[in-house]
Ligand binder design. Structure first.
Ligand code: CA
Length: 230
């Protein structure tokens, strides 16, 4: 699976260098050249990580970092600051703002990618994995094979993406809106009840032969992948 990284950088040379190298390393990327563009990009699709330039025109990287941290949806989003400044005080201030790590310019793309993989592993181990396992359920992201208790399970593409999203974040409750954004994306219009329809299909496919229900419905909140009961 390709982790999606948003690059926020106003210098086209650096943005392109990062974009090129990230893509070559299997990342999906987006570029924003200032704070406003970054905010739009973040609202459109929540990335798995952000590479954030410190010195941006308008809203600074630090301020943007604080804004990202203030919002519940992006509170835990891994952020790596790109900074040309080397002073210790600035570094500490950068980390105070909520950044997970920083890289000082000039940097090698290899170094940035290594740091990126490290923060991704910490924040969401599943994002760098090829196989997801939860209870008796397994999902191979390369071959798209899904099994429960060793039995093959057939899923449609939407149910597959739904299950993948849940398995990368087991136990967490997601609202219909959050699932729509994550699985269907912002760019298409889908009714809320469409989520229920696909959850029903997913549940039916997973709960074969009297196996316990792995999808928990949380009244007026949403759904979670949760084997702990109910
Ligand atoms: Ca800059």
């Amino acid at each position: 699976m390709q982790p999606y990284v948003l690059i926020v950088e106003d210098e086209p040379g650096i943005a392109d260098l990062l974009d090129y190298n990230l893509k070559a390393s299997g990342f999906d990327t987006g570029i924003a050249t200032d704070g406003d563009e970054a905010e739009l990009a973040l609202a459109e699709r929540l990335p798995d990580a952000v590479l954030l330039d410190w010195m941006l025109p308008g809203v600074s990287g630090i301020e943007l970092c604080r804004r990202i941290r203030r919002r519940p949806a992006s509170r835990a989003l891994p952020i790596i600051l790109l900074t040309a400044r080397g002073e210790e005080a600035d570094r500490i201030r950068g980390l105070d703002s909520g950044a997970d790590d920083y890289v000082t310019k000039p940097f090698s793309p290899t170094e940035v990618i290594a740091r990126l993989k490290a923060v991704l592993r910490r924040s969401n181990p599943a994002v760098t994995e090829e196989k997801l396992v939860y209870e008796d359920l397994s999902m191979d992201l390369i071959t798209h094979r899904v099994q429960r208790s060793g039995q093959k399970i057939h899923l449609g593409p939407t149910e597959f993406r739904l299950l993948q999203y849940f398995m990368q974040r087991p136990g967490r409750v997601f609202s219909r809106e959050q699932l729509l954004d994550a699985v269907w994306g912002h760019d298409i219009y889908v009714e809320m009840r469409t989520v229920d329809v696909h959850i029903r299909r997913l549940r039916k496919a997973l709960n074969i032969e009297g196996n316990p229900d792995l999808i928990r419905t949380v009244r007026s909140a949403g759904y979670a992948l949760d084997a702990s009961g109910d």
